[in-house]
Structure formats: structure tokens, C-alpha cells
Design a protein. Structure first.
Length: 303
């Protein structure tokens, strides 16, 4: 008989600490001088409990300390977001007016969105993290332009029903970001969420998700910084439990009804966005998949 796993941090009703960690990286990056920063999230500081660095050099020192211990994470956290925001900008230029963030955490894409067209942002997250985010925004007297959809991806509740109940239009295309989440979900909840998403979004919609290499989850990775991070997040109650590879990540997208259009690894993100002297390393144990919803099967939902 296998022992029951202890409840995760979220199951205990406590907001995600890993969402806080990614916000801390974004807040520090925003202090770095314009030529070297990787993202520029000017609202991330609202969500951090540690005061952000005061100067560009302090910010670089802080991020490089973390990068030295856990190479690859800073690049992944900041650059998957940069890539996502580029994807959103391109889609909005092409006429898309709905953006969905799954496991949004302390994402501030909507707060920083400056497009001239009205775009609806839907943020789906575990109620514990979403509550913490909304409390922070209220304390800062900021009105969020976002439609908040509380949902636990492991609860069996329908993503489609929840989004539709909150005003999401299943006939209009959208862009979906699912960043920093798949590796925290049991594999069956991950596949079920992807299938539910495919059942929700109109053909042509794009989803971007990232994944952690299987070797980090099973402890065989040669990236020691990734393995120590895996131990730390597990101790905090947010273990990495679902690993993929470039191949299985693409297969998971296809099985759900999406066709991959681009796959990138951390080192490719750094090459694309890091400039000539990137301040972080590109240890390569994570990847991104961008995939397009294919036509729905005749007779399927929405036909
Ligand atoms: C590492 S954070 C990433 C947050 C944000 N996307 C980012 O990139 O900064 C993981 C997020 O996944 C959410 N999450 C984890 N497990 C979840 C679940 N079972 N249901 C809903 N959200 C979940 C957490 O609440 C948290 O916001």
C-alpha cells in the first residue's frame, strides 16, 4: 500500500509560494537598467513580501545569486513571460480580443496592456492564490481589469463551464497562457485540463504552456540547481510531480486537439531575448510549446 501524499500548500488553503517567487524575479528584473532587463514588469513589486532592490546593480546581484544556485530558472520565468506577451500583442493585432491565463499567479499582463483595442483578460487560478492576489490589488487601490475565475485544476470542475459562466465567448478565438503550472499538476489533471481547454476555445486559438523535463521530476537531471530547487519547492508544499519532454509535451498538445506551431527551450529563449550579454544562465531543463486549436470534430461540442 502506498502512503497518502501530504496535502499540498494549495490544498491547505495557502496561496502559492512559487507564484511569489516568480513575482520576486520579475520585480527585481524591473529595477535593472533598460538595456539589460529581460522583461520590465512594473507592477510585480506589489506582490512581493521582500522589498525589491533599490538599484540596478543590487537587482543584478540578487538575481545572479539565485541564478548561480538554480541556473535556468530566471531565464525561464522572465522569458516565457516575454514570449507570451509578444504572442498576445501579435494576436491582438490580428483581431483576437480574449486572453486567458491559467494558473495566473501574480501575472500583471492585463495591468500593463496598452493596446488601443478592448481586450478581455480572464485569469483562472486556485482560489487560495487568487484570493491573495485580489487582496493585494485592493490594498493598492488598483482596479483589476481582469475577470477572475477561481478554479482548482485537480477538482474535476469544468474549465469550460467556469469560463463561460464568467463571460468567456467560446466562438471567438483567444490566446491562452499556462505558464509555470503543468509540473505542479498530477499528469491526469494536466491532460484533463488541456482537453477541457480544447473543448472551450474556438479553432485557431493559441495556447502557450511550459513544462519541466521529466529528468528533474524523477531526480536524474544533470542540472543540480534544478534538483535543489525541486527539493525546496517540495519542502514548501508545491512539489514538481509532472515531467515532460519536448516530444511528450507536443504529443500532449496533439492528443488534446492542438497542433504545435513552435517549441522553444530555455537556451533558445535566452538567445532570442537575452542580448549579447544576458545576465542569467541558460541551463536547459524546461521548454515551451505554442499550439493552435485545430478545427473541432464534426458533431463535437460547439458544432
Ligand atoms: C509557479 S506559479 C506561476 C504563476 C504565474 N503563471 C507565473 O508565471 O508567474 C504556479 C501557479 O499555478 C497555480 N496552481 C498550481 N496548482 C493549481 C491547481 N491545482 N489549480 C489551479 N491553479 C494551480 C498556483 O496557484 C500558481 O498561481
Amino acid at each position: 500500500m502506498t502512503a497518502a501524499l501530504p496535502p499540498t500548500r494549495l490544498q491547505s488553503g495557502t496561496s502559492s509560494e512559487t507564484a511569489h517567487l516568480t513575482a520576486r524575479a520579475r520585480a527585481a528584473d524591473a529595477v535593472i537598467e533598460p538595456g539589460r532587463r529581460l522583461l520590465g514588469d512594473t507592477f510585480a513589486h506589489l506582490f512581493v513580501t521582500v522589498p525589491p532592490p533599490a538599484t540596478s546593480q543590487e537587482a543584478l546581484d540578487r538575481l545572479q545569486l539565485l541564478d548561480g544556485a538554480h541556473g535556468g530558472f530566471i531565464a525561464e520565468i522572465l522569458l516565457r513571460q516575454r514570449y507570451f506577451e509578444d504572442l498576445v500583442a501579435l494576436a491582438v493585432d490580428a483581431g483576437v480580443r480574449q486572453v486567458v491565463l491559467l494558473g495566473a499567479g501574480y501575472d500583471t499582463t492585463a495591468l500593463r496592456f496598452t493596446g488601443s483595442e478592448p481586450v478581455r483578460f480572464f485569469e483562472v487560478d486556485h482560489p487560495a492564490t487568487q484570493r491573495a492576489k485580489l487582496e493585494t490589488l485592493a490594498a493598492a487601490e488598483l482596479t483589476s481589469p481582469v475577470v477572475s475565475v477561481p478554479l482548482d485544476f485537480t477538482s474535476g470542475a469544468s474549465l469550460r463551464e467556469e469560463l463561460v459562466a464568467h463571460g468567456f465567448d467560446t466562438e471567438e478565438p483567444c490566446v491562452v497562457g499556462w505558464l509555470g503550472v503543468t509540473f505542479f499538476l498530477p499528469p491526469e489533471a494536466c491532460s484533463a485540463t488541456l482537453a477541457d481547454l480544447a473543448d472551450t476555445v474556438a479553432p485557431g486559438s493559441l495556447v502557450l504552456f511550459d513544462y519541466m523535463d521529466e529528468s528533474v521530476v524523477d531526480g536524474t537531471s544533470s542540472y543540480q540547481g534544478a534538483l535543489t530547487m525541486a527539493r525546496q519547492v517540495a519542502e514548501q508544499g508545491e512539489p514538481y510531480i509532472n515531467g515532460l519532454t519536448p516530444l511528450t509535451a507536443a504529443e500532449a498538445a496533439r492528443a488534446a486537439g492542438f497542433e504545435p506551431v513552435e517549441q522553444l527551450r530555455v537556451n533558445q529563449l535566452v538567445r532570442r531575448y537575452g542580448g549579447t550579454d544576458p545576465y542569467c544562465s541558460d541551463d536547459d531543463f524546461m521548454g515551451l510549446v505554442t499550439a493552435r486549436r485545430t478545427e473541432r470534430e464534426p458533431g463535437g461540442r460547439g458544432e
